[in-house]
Ligand binder design. Structure first.
Ligand SMILES: NC(=O)c1ccc[n+]([C@@H]2O[C@H](COP(=O)([O-])OP(=O)(O)OC[C@H]3O[C@@H](n4cnc5c(N)ncnc54)[C@H](OP(=O)(O)O)[C@@H]3O)[C@@H](O)[C@H]2O)c1
Length: 221
């Protein structure tokens, strides 16, 4: 299948909750690829500190400023804060591609397990809360540890990209491909995001059993 890969050179990437490991890891990799990154936080000072620690074309601001200013916005906050944070940023995120990587998981003595979500998945909750945004689901299975590790030149995995807006999923696939070693692969409509989010619980089990930072590859594509 031949597709035209969108040019994502130079588009700015905002990250809500970008002070956490997942946000900092993604910020580091996009900055290495030359994309300007805006780290968001509930506290602008904390965001600026995180941005400074990463270096490169990375700046920090409060989540609302980042949501308003970035070209594409990644949601990298814990599931507990998901709905309330997005509800508070509805106006800033209107018209934008919003990339949800949130995995609604619980943890007990047996390890990680998928939590039930009223809307079906975190990504579908985002779409319900943000009717004027173009919600895409991606980056659920990347390891923040590998993203942050300066010894890891290439992060070997495929990123499944899901959504109902083909132009938006194409762009996010291209964005995933900015991370060395990563390939973005279309993974279906948003209604199929639940099992991709839930699969992270299996990945965590794999990581614990094999003491690894495992990822998935899609074959024959
Ligand atoms: N860690 C991974 O390897 C990984 C991989 C794939 C996907 N994910 C997903 O990415 C998301 C972030 O993961 P993480 O490990 O980076 O999480 P985290 O460190 O626990 O949280 C990220 C940031 O979110 C903000 N935050 C915390 N509680 C919040 C709340 N109630 N409301 C709004 N903001 C809040 C905090 O930033 P401020 O205090 O600065 O606002 C925090 O630094 C999760 O949903 C996770 O499922 C993680």
């Amino acid at each position: 299948m031949s597709t035209v890969i969108p040019d994502v050179n130079g588009i700015s990437v905002g990250i809500l909750g970008g002070t956490g490991d997942q946000g900092k890891g993604l910020a580091r990799r996009f900055a290495l690829a030359g994309n300007p990154v805006l780290i968001g936080s509930r506290d602008a000072g904390r965001a600026r500190e995180a941005a400074q620690a990463i270096g490169g074309p990375v700046s920090g601001a409060d989540n609302a400023t980042v949501a308003a200013e970035a070209d594409v916005v990644i949601v990298a906050i814990p599931w507990e804060g998901h709905r309330a944070t997005l509800e508070s940023l509805r106006a800033e995120l209107a018209g934008k591609i919003v990339v949800d990587c949130v995995n609604p998981l619980g943890f007990d003595k047996q390890g990680a397990y998928a939590l039930p979500v009223e809307e079906g998945s975190a990504a579908q909750q985002a779409a319900a809360v943000l009717p004027d945004s173009r919600v895409v689901a991606a980056f659920h299975h990347v390891s923040a540890v590998l993203l942050l590790d300066p010894e890891v030149a290439e992060v070997e995995l495929d990123v499944l990209v899901l959504g109902d807006d083909r132009e938006a999923t194409d762009l996010v696939q291209a964005l995933a491909g900015r991370i060395a070693g990563v390939r973005g692969v279309y993974g279906g409509r948003l209604r199929n995001a639940h099992q991709v989010e839930a699969l992270t619980a299996n990945l965590i089990s794999i990581n614990r059993r094999y003491k690894a930072h495992a990822g998935f590859r899609v074959t024959d594509v």
